[in-house]
Design a protein around this ligand. Structure first.
Ligand code: CP
Ligand code: NVA
Length: 320
């Protein structure tokens, strides 16, 4: 519920010009508002109603890692909003010759109304944000994937209604997607179970944030090596790759994480009406079987679509 004193106008003012670097920077009320705007934009797209709220605006996109969903959902969404995007990889820019980020940032800020960036360290997106007046949008770092976290919430709400009291079980790399799920679960009252082999853990800063916020909202934030405990009666089963972009120890990870596969047997531990989610790209035969991703519980295509609607909401609200 949005408090009465936060009328539509004041909520919009809260977002204008704001960076979207991590969902840790947003309150549950602000996240709820982002989801409402996402749903409105999704409806407009379905009804083929024009929604060119960013006509004539320009959005820079720098991607230092590969992408299918994030790149195309942003570029399609930017076009729907009437703006234009400019996509580049760092090796095609003077960054490759050593031009500092702070110089690149200040120049892009003069041409473009926002920057969407996918890179490695969170400190890189933070540095762009420090040198740009216009919003910087995190399209994935090693630490977090806030665009994914927001789309995941919209998908959960569409399929399960409210968040409070739901149980989510995550298996896969304790990395960006896991971290954003822990953050949004703790903010919105979802009981979050992360099942990992012994010796593997999420980032300490994320654990601290998620445990503190789960305690405030009276929900659970459990990291366990017991897959059955995590999956038992879960409403949401979320799988992700065992080897994220940039990791070198791929074979060791496949071995360590293999007992955590979501397959026809393990998914039976979850609630029979559970939804199966995956940020994609997925590896059939590793974190899940073909039967699960193609099965009746899978909502992964809705989830992928929602990337576009939620990113459009972020842009429509933050671009001044
Ligand atoms: N889920 C996700 O971010 O996919 P891409 O890497 O294809 O963008
Ligand atoms: N954790 C994965 C997510 C890809 C969208 C990675 O960083 O490769």
């Amino acid at each position: 519920m949005i408090p009465i004193y936060l009328n539509r106008m004041s909520m919009k003012d809260r977002f204008r010009g704001k960076d979207f670097l991590t969902l840790m920077d947003f309150s549950p009320i602000e996240i709820d508002y982002l989801l409402k705007v996402s749903s409105q934009l999704k409806l407009k797209r379905m009804m083929k109603e024009p929604h060119e709220y960013l006509l004539g605006r320009t959005i820079a996109m720098i991607f230092e890692k590969n992408s299918t969903r994030t790149r195309f959902s942003f570029q399609a969404g930017i076009a729907h909003l009437g703006a234009q995007s400019f996509y580049a990889t760092p090796e095609t820019m003077q960054l490759a010759r050593g031009e500092p980020i702070k110089d690149t940032a200040r120049i892009l800020d003069r041409y473009c109304d926002a920057l969407v960036i996918r890179t490695f360290g969170q400190e890189i997106v933070d540095e762009y944000a420090a040198y740009m007046k216009n919003p910087v949008i995190n399209a994935l770092t090693d630490l977090v994937h806030p665009c994914q976290g927001l789309a995941d919430l919209l998908t959960i709400r569409e399929h399960k209604g409210d968040f409070k009291g739901l149980k989510l079980a995550y298996i896969g790399d304790p990395w960006n997607v896991c971290h954003s799920l822990m953050v949004v679960s703790s903010l919105l009252g979802i009981d979050c179970y992360v099942a990992l082999p012994k010796g593997w853990n999420p980032n300490q800063r994320i654990i601290k944030f998620a445990e503190e916020h789960a305690a405030v909202g009276n929900s659970s934030m459990i990291i366990t090596d017991n897959l059955s405990e995590a999956l038992s009666k879960a409403d949401i089963v979320y799988a992700n790759t065992f080897h994220s972009m940039g990791h070198k120890d791929i074979e060791a990870r496949k071995v360590a994480f293999a007992p955590y596969q979501i397959n026809d047997e393990t998914i039976k531990l979850a609630d029979e009406k559970c939804i199966f989610m995956h940020c994609l790209p997925g590896y059939r035969g590793e974190e899940m079987t073909n039967s699960v991703i193609e099965g009746p519980n899978s909502v992964v295509w809705d989830q992928g679509e929602n990337r576009m609607h939620t990113e459009k909401a972020v842009l429509a609200l933050t671009v001044a």
